[in-house]
Design a binder for this molecule. Structure first.
Ligand code: NAD
Length: 321
């Protein structure tokens, strides 16, 4: 990967952002992490504070962004991302996807830096095309409860394209599919941390609907490698990053119970409104252009994540992993 001199990561104290900061420092970049700790925490980057070239700044990117000196990469990852978070924070979610994206693009333009937008598979909504290729326009309900997240990201994509055409801004869009790994919040409401938390406590694992809806889950190290490969390329995207290994949510729950060595049972609970029925990326583009494919299989990824949750619940009463 070509080394960036100085990368700015918005949302850098979140789950994906903290892994991005770490990989960039490993690759020799200076990293400025901007975060207002809305859904992330300084603890996620505490282990990076003593590393040379790392700077953590508490900042709300919907207010303004100022970073002194030269910058050659802006990764815009700030946004509530779990359904529980964006349903609780609908206005903040729409502001960071719109005004926050405007400010992050403005920073990239001012510095002459490459810009990468963290978009999402939710841009496809409850898809009617399966698997989802990048040229599928999606099936989103703008006035449903999830519209605040899906439409904020779709607006952010459109704004990124407008900067490309109107300002010739070097910019890329990555559509990230469900990613899991250490430093997810045990209580963030997403399926994998919820299932792990329940399995480790021996509580019933709560599967929405009859569990036949599908997901394709990717381990965080693979997702970060994909995002940084797009950052280092001249692709503009959108580029899907995610695992093509699709499974039902019930299969996922049973895999987690087995991997945790738990005696938990399954409890079926109502499905949330507009919950997508199927989800699987078509990764032809990223594999053809960048040779990217996930390398960590589900068993390995779950073992690492479950161990991280165990370690965190030993150290922290809130169970942050
Ligand atoms: P996260 O909630 O752990 O991280 C988001 C970070 O953004 C948090 O640290 C939060 O405090 C920060 N933030 C929110 N609003 C902000 C603001 N106004 N100013 C500054 N910081 C702000 O979520 P995550 O899972 O790490 O997701 C990161 C990004 O990746 C999001 O943009 C999300 O939409 C995208 N994404 C994630 C996934 C996934 O599976 N994790 C999938 C698709 C897309």
């Amino acid at each position: 990967m070509p080394t960036f001199q100085h990368a700015v990561v918005t949302g850098g104290a979140g789950f994906l952002g903290s892994h991005l900061c770490e990989r960039l420092l490993d690759a020799g970049s200076q990293v400025t992490c901007l975060d207002n700790f809305l859904t992330g925490v300084p603890d996620n980057v505490a282990h990076l504070r003593s590393r040379q070239g790392f700077r953590l700044i508490k900042a709300d990117v919907t207010e303004f962004i100022h970073v002194p000196g030269a910058v050659d990469l802006v990764l815009h990852f700030a946004s509530p991302a779990s359904p529980a978070d964006y349903l609780r924070l609908p206005i903040e979610t729409m502001k960071v996807g719109s005004i926050g994206t405007l400010h992050a693009l403005g920073l990239a333009k001012e510095k002459g830096a490459r810009f990468v937008l963290a978009s999402t598979s939710e841009a496809y909504g409850d898809p009617q095309v399966h698997p989802q290729p990048e040229d599928y326009w999606g099936h989103v309900n703008p006035v449903g409860p999830r519209g605040v997240y899906d439409e904020a990201k779709r607006f952010a994509e459109a704004l990124t394209m407008a900067y490309r055409t109107a300002h010739h801004q070097d910019a890329a869009i990555v559509r990230i599919f469900n990613t899991y790994g250490p430093r997810m919040r045990a209580d963030d409401g997403r399926a994998i941390p919820t299932f792990i938390n329940q399995a480790l406590r021996g509580q019933p694992v709560t599967v929405a609907g009859d569990g036949s809806q599908t997901r394709s889950v990717c381990f965080v190290d693979d997702t970060i490698r994909g995002v940084l490969a797009v950052a280092a390329s001249d692709l503009s995207g959108p580029v899907n990053i995610g695992s093509p290994d699709e499974m039902t949510v019930l299969e996922l729950a049973n895999s987690i119970i087995a991997a945790a060595g738990s005696a938990s049972t399954i409890e079926f609970v109502p499905r949330p409104t507009d919950d997508p029925m199927v989800r699987r990326p078509d990764t032809t583009l990223v594999t053809r252009e960048l040779g990217w494919a996930p390398a960590v299989d589900l068993a390995q990824g779950l073992a690492i994540t479950i161990q991280a949750f165990r370690d965190a619940s030993g150290n922290n009463a809130e169970g942050r992993a």
